[in-house]
Design a protein around this ligand. Structure first.
Ligand code: NAD
Length: 491
């Protein structure tokens, strides 16, 4: 069985190594599900350890080949622009595939697909603006820096924003001059397989982009391969730590984009209804399956009750439904197993004595599929798992604070530090709080879309939310070594 979609689109179901689609043995019955029905859409072949090694070997050969290493930098721009062109012309089809594979609403999927095209475009245009420095140290001594591509880069992505997350890694890796082995999540291989079809059609040397399909075992085979010089990983903090441990002996270049437990801080001087509307979507967008989901909502005591009512009403107004129905804002969770995990957080919070304010049940009329009404709790202790741990599903807690100092203290009381929001009409306070938050990004008085705006600014975490930065020019730098050269002009 191939992977076939309702619009008639068919995609391959094999790993892609050295310019060829390759299968390991018999079809291993790894299934592609539509999370809105849990119906099987197709099956794909999981890569064997030999296929993973072959992909790394192909990337190693391609990295050393003159055809890539010595090519004019405009060659890399042309590759990225060609990918962007095809994504833009096939955007509707890729969005449908992504929506079926992930359960995200079609409109959101389309924004991410166009966002991915923008990322390839951005790095196509960034390549010839990313150059080193020179510094005359004395009359006879000139120093300069060069950016060397790191080598073969393993790109490992999760299932929540599959096509966009690939772009965040693949585009800067190619821009830097690396060669790549990409591993999508086993739950969401389809948009990566569509990308394989695009790559087959464009002029890129064999081995520069390879794709291996599978889960933990394939990820371990890839990251433990000694020819891999760079690992760019997005996923859970637990797996990021495991990769760090497993590779400690050879110290590859690492970028880790990990989990989050991001706060929104809402001061009493804001417009409660409007802020509640945006905050509910920042908490429960993508069904809460976002590393940046605002799941700790810190509300100033004087407006706590009023905000709670507004937040419940805003959450009720979020349209849950089939991802392919116009107007749907959130679809199902990714899998039945993930739904059980999220339900576990809900049940334990209720049992622990937290105050359940709203949601958590299956929505009416959506018996099939992994649907859950977003849930809200209050009276959650600082030691409770709902305050501390990433649920990666639609559950948020409301936490009161008295003043600015306490808001900052509660917000920073987390092992994570990825993202946050501040809502206040006092501009000085907004900046003071933003400066004090221990996290990689802060949104003030708004929630800009990362699909549309993400590529222009660096993204990454403090603490256990990660190491390094993706996007903007930092994204290319992450795939390079900086070399200092001292030129003596005496002889
Ligand atoms: P995950 O950590 O389970 O898996 C991520 C990827 O790693 C998958 O491709 C998986 O197959 C692979 N993998 C699993 N075990 C591995 C191992 N031992 N070695 C190498 N690779 C391995 O994460 P997930 O469930 O797919 O995604 C959800 C997580 O991703 C959440 O924690 C979320 O916060 C995080 N995330 C972070 C960002 C960010 O930019 N910071 C963005 C999106 C998602």
């Amino acid at each position: 069985m191939m992977i076939k979609f309702e619009d008639g689109t068919e995609i391959g179901n094999k790993s892609f190594v050295d310019g060829e689609s390759v299968a390991s043995g018999s079809l291993d019955s790894v299934r592609v599900f539509d999370p809105s029905t849990n119906n099987v859409v197709g099956e794909y072949y999981e890569a064997s350890a030999e296929i993973v090694d072959a992909a790394v070997d192909a990337a190693t050969r391609a990295f050393k080949a003159e055809e890539w290493r010595s090519a004019h930098i405009s060659k890399r721009s042309r590759v990225l622009n060609a990918i962007a062109n095809r994504i833009e012309s096939d955007a509707d089809r890729i969005a449908l595939i992504e929506s079926i594979d992930t359960g995200k609403p079609l409109l959101a999927a389309r924004k991410e697909v166009i966002g991915a095209a923008n990322v390839y475009r951005y790095y196509a245009g960034a390549i010839d603006k990313f150059y080193g420095e020179t510094l005359p140290l004395s009359g006879n001594l000139l120093s300069m820096t060069l950016h060397d591509p790191v080598g073969v880069a393993a790109l490992i992505v999760p299932w929540n924003f599959p096509f966009l997350a690939i772009a965040w890694k693949l585009a800067p890796a190619i821009a830097a001059g690396c060669t790549t082995v990409l591993k999508p999540s086993p739950l969401t291989v389809c948009s990566a397989l569509y990308l394989v079809d695009i790559i087959k059609d464009i002029d890129v040397p064999d081995g520069v982009i390879n794709v291996v399909l599978g889960g933990q075992a394939v990820g371990e085979a890839l990251t433990s391969n000694k020819k891999v010089s760079k690992i760019s990983f997005t996923g859970s903090t637990a797996v990021g730590s495991a990769i760090t441990r497993n590779t400690a002996d050879r110290l590859p270049h690492l970028t880790l984009e990990l989990g989050g437990k991001s706060p929104s801080i809402i001061f009493a001087d804001t417009e409660i209804g409007a802020v509640a509307h945006v905050t509910a979507r920042a908490s429960f967008g993508n069904t809460g399956q976002s590393c940046s989901a605002r799941t700790r909502i810190l509300v100033q005591e004087s407006i706590f009750d009023e905000f709670e009512d507004a937040f419940v009403n805003a959450t009720k107004s979020i349209k849950i439904g089939s991802p392919r129905v116009a107007g749907t804002e959130i679809g199902p969770l990714i899998s039945p197993e993930h739904m059980v995990r999220v339900q576990g957080f809900f049940d334990r919070a209720k049992a622990s004595g937290a105050r359940h304010v709203f949601g958590g049940e299956k929505p009416e009329g959506l018996a099939q599929g992994n649907y859950m009404v977003p849930a809200i709790f209050t009276s959650v202790g600082r030691g409770d798992e709902l305050f501390r741990e990433e649920v990666f599903g639609p559950i948020a807690v409301l936490v009161p604070f008295s003043d600015e100092a306490q808001a900052i203290e509660i917000a920073n009381d987390s092992s994570y530090g990825l993202n946050s929001s501040v809502w206040t009409t006092n501009a000085s306070r907004a900046i003071r709080v933003a400066k004090s938050l221990e996290c990689g990004s802060v949104s003030v008085n708004g929630q800009p879309s990362m699909s549309e705006n993400g590529v222009y600014m660096p993204f990454g975490g403090y603490k256990q939310s990660g190491i390094g930065r993706e996007l903007a020019m930092h994204g290319i730098e992450a795939f390079t070594h900086t070399k200092s050269i001292y030129l003596s002009l005496e002889s």
